[in-house]
Design a protein. Structure first.
Length: 101
């Protein structure tokens, strides 16, 4: 009986143009592929960066070096074991480290 009304020609054109614009925006997005291996150069650079910060989380390290989050956690844990940084807060979701002065 009732049902949806047919859209006008101009409304159809606008709808089609709107969908094309959204597709173009999705294609423009840059997707970062995170690496798995931490090279010695990255290690030096990260250590210097971490020592300058007030605090560091695995997420910050992951974004800075473009490495996976699990690798960033391992890297921070190794630094904590050597005594360069110390663990301030840890719960299920978050680890916060602070450089040792």
């Amino acid at each position: 009986m009732g049902g949806q009304k047919k859209p006008t020609i101009t409304k159809l054109k606008k709808m089609l143009q709107g969908k094309k614009g959204k597709r173009e925006k999705k294609e423009e997005k840059k997707r970062i592929e995170y690496g798995v291996v931490i090279t010695p150069e990255i290690k030096k650079e990260l250590t210097a960066y971490i020592m300058k910060q007030k605090y560091v989380t695995p997420f910050i390290v992951s974004r800075k070096a473009e490495i996976k989050l699990s690798e960033a956690r391992r890297f921070l844990k190794k630094l904590a074991d050597t005594g360069k940084i110390q663990l301030v807060i840890k719960n299920r979701e978050l680890e916060v480290y602070q450089p040792v002065a």
